[in-house]
Design a protein around this ligand. Structure first.
Ligand code: ADP
Length: 532
C-alpha cells in the first residue's frame, strides 16, 4: 500500500525559499579582493539569486545547460550556487588551480554555455573563449566600473546585469532528480572525471551533515567554508548553512594563517572546515604570533588525514574541537564524520585522539564495505567501497562508467573497525610494496608526525633493485624546529619492522600542493623518486 503523503521535491531553490522566509536577516559576510567585507543577508541573497536567474533565462540559458564558474568563495558565487540550479541549469564549478589545458578540456567536455568568473581569472577566461566553442556568454563577477575590460566588448558584468534584471517571481519547477551541479575530480591519481550531482542528493547531503551528531550547525553558528566553492560544493556548506540559518562567512581566497585568524576573531566564527594544510598554516601563525581564537569552537578536517599535531595544537592546547571527515568528489563529498559517542568522549585524551585519527563513522544514507568482504566490521584492510544517497552512480559523459546499484570503488585502502569506524590506511596508488609486503604510507606519515617539531610528512615508494620498492619519507619541520633524521628513524623503529623504516629522509621547506591543497605525491615521486 502506498503512503498518502504529499510529494515535496527536495530541490535547491526550496532551501533558498526556506532560508529567506525563516532567517531573512541572517548575515552573509563576503571578503572582497581588496580585503574589505561586503555584508548582506539571506533575503538580499535570495533577491540577488532571483535577479541572476532572470538574467540567465534572458540570455537563453536553458534547463540542463552547463554554466561554468571560475570563482573564489564569495557572495556572488553563492548567488550562482542557487540561481543556476534554480533555473534548472547545472552549475559547473571549475577548479582554477588546475592547469589551463585541463581546464579547457573540462569546459569543452562539459559543453559549458556560459562562464561566470572572478576578475583574477580574466586571462583564463580569454583562453576559454578562444578554445571552447560551446561557450557563448562570459560574465565577470563584479561591476564594469571596478573592472573595465576595454578590449572585450561583449563581456557582461554580473553586478550591473543583476542590478537591472527584474527578479523572478518564482523558480520554475524542477524535479528533484534533475542535475544541479557538476564537479570534476581534481585528477591527483588520473584524468579528471565529471561528477553530476542532483538536487535531491545535494539536499539530503546537507540535511544529514548538519545533524546534531554530525556537524551540528545551528543559527548561533558563524561558519567559514575554507574549502573552496570550486571543490565539491565546498563540502555542501553553502547549502547546509542556509538550511540551518547559520551565519556564513566567505573568505574569498585569503586563506593564510594571519588572514584566517583575523577573520575568525573579528567575525566571531564558531566553525570552519578545510584540508589539513590550511590548519597547519593557521597553527603556525598562532604559535609564531601568540594569537588565540577564543570564539572558535570546532574545526572539521577532510580531504587528507588529520594528524596528531593538529589535535595537539587545536584541541589540547586551545580547546577547539577537531573533527575528521572522509569523502571524495564522487561522494558529494561527506560520507563519514569522526564525532565521538558519549562514552568515547569521556575517555582519556590519548584514547580520544587515537579515535579521532580514524576517519569516522558513516552518516545515515551512506554504506561502506571492504572489497571482497562483508559490511560487518573486520580487521583486514582492502579497497573501500561505498554506496548511498549522494554517491555518484557513474561519471558524466563516460560510456561504461555506470556503477548504478553497485558499489563505487574508491581507490582508498581501509578497514572498518569495531564500532563501524573507518580507518584509511592508504590510497591504492600510494601503497609501498617492499620485498612483496605492503607498507602503509599513511601509517609512516602518522608516525613521523608524532616526532616533536615535524609539521607534515609524506611517504612515497622509490624503486629499489633488491626490494622492488623502498619507502622514502619527505618531511617539513615547524619553523625554528631542529629535527634530525636519526630522531625520526629512532621513533619509527619503535613501531615498525626494520624493512619498513625508510632508508632516506629528505627535509623540504614546502610541499608541492595539488589543486585542492593536498600534498601532491605524483610530484614528490617525480622530484625524489629516482632511488632510495
Ligand atoms: P582527488 O581524488 O582528485 O584528490 P578528492 O578531493 O575527491 O580529489 O579526494 C578524495 C580522496 O582524498 C579520497 O579518496 C582519499 O584518498 C582522500 N581523503 C579524503 N578525506 C580523507 C581523510 N579524512 N583521510 C585521508 N584521506 C582522505
Amino acid at each position: 500500500m502506498r503512503g498518502q503523503m504529499m510529494n515535496f521535491p527536495l530541490t535547491i531553490p526550496s532551501i533558498l525559499e526556506h532560508a529567506a522566509a525563516n532567517t531573512p536577516d541572517q548575515e552573509i559576510v563576503s571578503v572582497e579582493a581588496d580585503g574589505s567585507r561586503t555584508r548582506l543577508n539571506f533575503a538580499d541573497l535570495a533577491l540577488c539569486a532571483a535577479r541572476a536567474g532572470r538574467f540567465m533565462l534572458d540570455l537563453g540559458i536553458a534547463p540542463g545547460a552547463r554554466v561554468a564558474t571560475l570563482a573564489w568563495n564569495t557572495h556572488r558565487h553563492l548567488a550562482l550556487y542557487y540561481a543556476v540550479p534554480g533555473i534548472g541549469a547545472v552549475c559547473h564549478t571549475i577548479n582554477p588551480r588546475l592547469d589551463p589545458k585541463t581546464i579547457v578540456h573540462i569546459a569543452a567536455e562539459a559543453g559549458d554555455v556560459a562562464l561566470f568568473f572572478d576578475a583574477d581569472f580574466l586571462d583564463l577566461a580569454r583562453a576559454l573563449r578562444d578554445q571552447v566553442p560551446s561557450l557563448r556568454h562570459f560574465v565577470l563577477l563584479g561591476g564594469a566600473d571596478a573592472h573595465p575590460v576595454a578590449d572585450w566588448p561583449d563581456l557582461l558584468h554580473f553586478d550591473d546585469a543583476v542590478a537591472v534584471a527584474p527578479p523572478l517571481s518564482a523558480w520554475p519547477a524542477v524535479a528533484e532528480d534533475q542535475a544541479s551541479g557538476l564537479c570534476y575530480t581534481s585528477g591527483t591519481t588520473g584524468n579528471p572525471k565529471g561528477v553530476l550531482y542532483s538536487h535531491r542528493s545535494t539536499v539530503l547531503h546537507a540535511l544529514v551533515c548538519g545533524l546534531p551528531g554530525n556537524l551540528n550547525i545551528r543559527e548561533t553558528d558563524a561558519v567559514v567554508p575554507v574549502v573552496p566553492m570550486f571543490h565539491v560544493n565546498a563540502w555542501g556548506l553553502p547549502y547546509l548553512c542556509m538550511l540551518a540559518g547559520a551565519r556564513l562567512v566567505l573568505p574569498r581566497n585569503r586563506l593564510d594563517g594571519a588572514s584566517l585568524a583575523a577573520l575568525f576573531n573579528e567575525e566571531g566564527v564558531t566553525l570552519s572546515v578545510g584540508v589539513p594544510t590550511i590548519w597547519l598554516g593557521l597553527a603556525e601563525f598562532m604559535r609564531a604570533s601568540g594569537t588565540t581564537l577564543p570564539r572558535l569552537e570546532r574545526l572539521m578536517v577532510g580531504g587528507a588525514a588529520l594528524s596528531r599535531n593538529l589535535i595537539a595544537h587545536f584541541e589540547e592546547r586551545h580547546g577547539i574541537e577537531i573533527l575528521q571527515g572522509w569523502g571524495m568528489t564522487e561522494t558529494s563529498p561527506v560520507c563519514t564524520i569522526g564525532t565521538l559517542r558519549p562514552a568515547e568522549a569521556a575517555l582519556p585524551q590519548g584514547e580520544k585522539a587515537a579515535l579521532k585519527l580514524r576517519q569516522g563513522r558513516p552518516l545515515y544514507g551512506v554504506r561502506l564495505k571492504i572489497a571482497d568482504g562483508t559490511e560487518a566490521p573486520g580487521l583486514t584492510p582492502g579497497e573501500l567501497l561505498v554506496h548511498g544517497a549522494w554517491i555518484a552512480s557513474g561519471y558524466y559523459n563516460r560510456d561504461g562508467s555506470d556503477f548504478q546499484s553497485r558499489w563505487l570503488a574508491t581507490g582508498d585502502i581501509a578497514q572498518i573497525e569495531p564500532g563501524n569506524r573507518l580507518l584509511l590506511t592508504d590510497r591504492a596508488k600510494d601503497l609501498i610494496k617492499s620485498g612483496g609486503e605492503w607498507i602503509s604510507s599513511a601509517w609512516l606519515e602518522e608516525l613521523a608526525m608524532q616526532v616533536d617539531g615535524v609539521e607534515s610528512a609524506a611517504a612515497i615508494a622509490v624503486p629499489d633493485a633488491t626490494w622492488g620498492e623502498r619507502p622514502m619519507l619527505i618531511v617539513k619541520t615547524e619553523v625554528g624546529a631542529a629535527v634530525t633524521d636519526s630522531a625520526i628513524v629512532a621513533h619509527l623503529s619503535g613501531s615498525l619492522a626494520k624493512w619498513q623504516v625508510p632508508r632516506r629522509i629528505v627535509f623540504v621547506d614546502a610541499f608541492p600542493l595539488g589543486a585542492t591543497g593536498k600534498i601532491l605525491k605524483t610530484e614528490l615521486r617525480r622530484r625524489h623518486g629516482a632511488s632510495a
